[in-house]
Design a protein around this ligand. Structure first.
Ligand SMILES: Cc1cc2nc3c(=O)[nH]c(=O)nc-3n(C[C@H](O)[C@H](O)[C@H](O)COP(=O)(O)OP(=O)(O)OC[C@H]3O[C@@H](n4cnc5c(N)ncnc54)[C@H](O)[C@@H]3O)c2cc1C
Length: 249
């Protein structure tokens, strides 16, 4: 967790933390990739700083055959993030990118990015946007999201279908059953509808849980609550559950 770092030292410190994380994953032999925001490792200071830090992390991740996936941020950063992604992918094949289905521009970006070898994590998109540049949650967005899913699965492009939405989920399973891709993963945030994901894993589908890590939790929490306000009740239930368990120990 962490984004929008505005000085070089903090960006470099974050990079060191990522390097330690890669090292630990290697030592523990975990089947895991890492995800990061480019603005966490220097994008707002300079593109060069972010790209150099990204390459350093990719180099180390490559040594243990680990993938690095760039998260996608607000629409004012999309151009620079895609630029850094395309440039870095030329030398670091273990790099992937997140694409937001809700942006109108994704129609064109997708065509270009899907031609490249890097893995694609498909999300609906979480950031507020100005009017006219994104599609609101609803049937139209679901249809567009599923259109991208279909293209990725039919091409057997390396991809992650990252959504907690039941309808998306059901349709994706049908597409997987029909097309038999081998390079996909169904991905969800830790704590959100993970039981279903476990069941799918048991049935032989490829699954992954996205686990957040770090101290910058507040913004992350706000984003999750804004996305799905009912989570506040889940949070309270979890706190009560945890304190009951603690008191019974
Ligand atoms: C692995 C992963 C990585 C991501 N990375 C990025 C990124 O880099 N950039 C970015 O912009 N966004 C990212 N997101 C967030 C994404 O854009 C969406 O905002 C988020 O996944 C919610 O959209 P949805 O498709 O899950 O469902 P929505 O269309 O938002 O909701 C549909 C239904 O899904 C269920 N649901 C959705 N969200 C929740 C929730 N939080 N808790 C409980 N139920 C829920 C509810 O039943 C809801 O009615 C990521 C999401 C995941 C899973």
């Amino acid at each position: 967790m962490g984004e929008s770092i505005r000085n070089e030292k903090d960006a470099n410190d974050a990079t060191i933390e990522f390097l330690n994380l890669v090292k630990s994953i290697g030592i523990e032999k975990l089947n895991s990739s890492i995800s990061l925001d480019l603005s966490h490792i220097g994008l707002l200071v300079s593109k060069d700083l972010a790209m150099n830090n990204l390459k350093t992390i990719c180099n180390q991740a490559e040594e243990i055959n680990q993938e690095v996936i760039i998260s996608m941020e607000g629409p004012d950063r999309t151009d620079s993030i895609l630029e850094i992604y395309k440039e870095t992918l030329k030398t670091h094949k273990n790099l992937g990118i997140t694409i937001q289905a809700y942006l109108h521009r994704t129609k064109n970006d997708f065509k270009e990015i899907a031609e490249l070898s890097g893995s694609i994590r498909l999300v609906k998109g979480a950031y507020e946007t100005q009017n006219g540049i994104s599609i609101e949650r609803g049937d139209k967005l679901d249809e567009i999201y599923l259109h991208y899913v279909e293209q990725l699965l039919k091409k057997n492009h390396k991809c992650s279908i990252a959504s907690h939405h039941e309808k998306i989920h059901q349709e994706t399973i049908k597409l997987i059953d029909n097309n038999k891709p081998t390079n996909y993963v169904l991905e969800r945030l830790l704590g959100i509808r993970n039981n279903e994901l476990m069941e799918l894993k048991d049935q032989g589908y490829r699954t992954r849980i996205y686990m957040v890590y770090g101290k910058e939790w507040y913004l992350y929490l706000c984003n999750r609550l804004a996305e799905y306000p009912l989570n506040i009740f889940q949070g309270i239930a979890d706190i009560v559950d945890e304190s009951t368990t603690h008191n019974n120990r």
